[in-house]
Design a protein. Sequence first.
Length: 694
Amino acid sequence: MSPKPPAAPKRPLRLTLHGESREDPYAWLKDPNWQAVMRDPAVLDPEIRAYLEAENAYAEAVMAPEATLQAALFQEMKDRIKLDDATVPAPDGDYAYYTRYRSGGQHPVFCRRQGRETGDEQVLLDGDREAEGTRYFRIGDCQQSPDHSRIAYSVDTSGSEYHRLLVKDLATGRVQDTGVDSGGGDVVWANDGESLFYTLLDEQHRPSRVYRHRLGTAAAEDALVYQEPDPGFFVGLHKTESRRFVLISSHDHTTSEVRFIDADRPAEAPRLIAPRQAGVQYDVSDHGERWLIRTNVDEAEDFKIVTAPLDEPGRENWRDWLAHRPGCYLRALMLFRDFVVRLERQDGLARIVVTQVASRDEHDIAFDEEVYELGLVPGYEYDTASLRFTYSSMTTPQRVFDYHMAHRTRVLRKAQEVPSGHDPAAYVARRLFATGHDGARVPISVLHARDMALDGSAPLLLYGYGSYGFAMPAGFATNRLSLVDRGFVYAIAHVRGGTEQGYGWYLDGKLEKKTNTFKDFIAAAETLIEAGYTSSGRIAAHGASAGGLLVGAVANLAPELFKAIVAEVPFVDALNTMCDAELPLTPPEWPEWGNPIEDPAAYRRIRAYAPYDNVREQAYPHILATAGLNDPRVTYWEPAKWVAKLRALKTDDNLILLKTNMEAGHGGAAGRFDRLEEVALVYAFLLKVFGVAE
């Protein structure tokens, strides 16, 4: 007999706002003591736990016939990973620092060699050893002190993103527990090698305060450096490339503000660069006696670079250094003593541009493939002409290059190995464009086997995100080959809400224009059908987090296009979440979605597309949803409520599965192989419902 799915009881809660009433039948799945659950999952309400475990048991029973397939998928994905992999060592003074994995190891091992890369290896932090005896383990950060005598590192042992801050003496091996539970795991050393800056989470799990800890003192004595008064702003920390300043950034998704502290004088009060102004973003770094600032001020939609004196950094002193270029989105800067490097995106493709500061002569680094992705690799050295960057495409494994900015030469330092073998020529990567409902050209990156016939018969996985300005990279990923090698087409819809087509592409996919994101995804699916890559009802929509909102929305809008929906930690209960100001991300998210508490128009707009609120009596695709019990970003009850409502209202016999990781948070399992188990489940589910299971 087929296993019977759980049926969550309905306990309707009537909610009224702006004169409109609605019922939430599954509100009881939100534990009223969720803050305590984040710290200790054992205190979860027993009835809620029983329901989540019943869903897990049902999912396991349904997928049991595919156990052999899951094992095969896991093994082939593992076989594509170099088991004893390592990063390219990064020079820092007399040492070179790197991380590596041992064969069979789940967690990184942090190491260094003296004499740059020639000396004997010294293990600084062994992630596998530190993880022993834990059910979840992730290292948030690991930073060497300026004199190289210590490391400061942070660990999360629950997945809830509470990080314990620890300091290790590298000469004696002694580890000091600072007693600090930092937020986000960021650790920044002052130049004295005795003081550490860290962020602290508030009661709503928001990083809102910066403290300074002095080694050898109790955490209770730590000095409060900065406290953010606005619950809609998160606080972050980092050090400038010259290591001259510690920066404290306050930001939401559209507005930012930065303060700085001289890293040689850590006890000084932070100084403000420029006061926040709604809609104005900026980030800074020092260069000589001036600041270089990337900003969208003065309607520079795709950002520009301005300068300001170190001692007079206010906006009245900002002067253009690189003017705004509409359509060329300035993503990031990296500064060196003699060079400024910028990462840009134009016409949907990334490029790296190097400027020699003294002459202002600039050049870009050229690449040939039709679809590819670039990344800048931060180092520790400021007075150098060597830039490290990464390159990959959907067919080409990642390569790490050291580029001499003065000589304009590159050296390949590492090519990603695929131990089980990979032939780029066996695959085809293409860039297509769909025409959106309003005429917008929506980029689509496509990967498939070279010998696949474009006759519409192939199953296709269509991935999308489309929020917060995050661009989906069209880079290399070994896992997806497990689908492509079995006849799938893999495609990424670069929908509005990201920045693939510039910052305006993001603005056209948020707030009152949010539905463009969903319509672009549907247009991409239709274009792929018209081009013969697949056919209607042969598509799997895949999204995670805010991408889960995307695929949840299109499941309501155009279910006939899709055979399956995979929604990992999906943001599907958008209206209830945005109406709950106590949740960790809600106030910072209002600039992205709107504030439905205060704005009736935002309330009605979100209500009209929120996946949970718009589930109705109709046929739905097969659906697999995942959750993390300790997830502070998309809380576990969002996918749990969505699945319960789908199962109660759908008019078909398709599968609806919910798999909750009871020991992890937003990122799922922390170990590199444990994560593959989760991917294997997703792929086995897709192969099962498409009838491709082995």
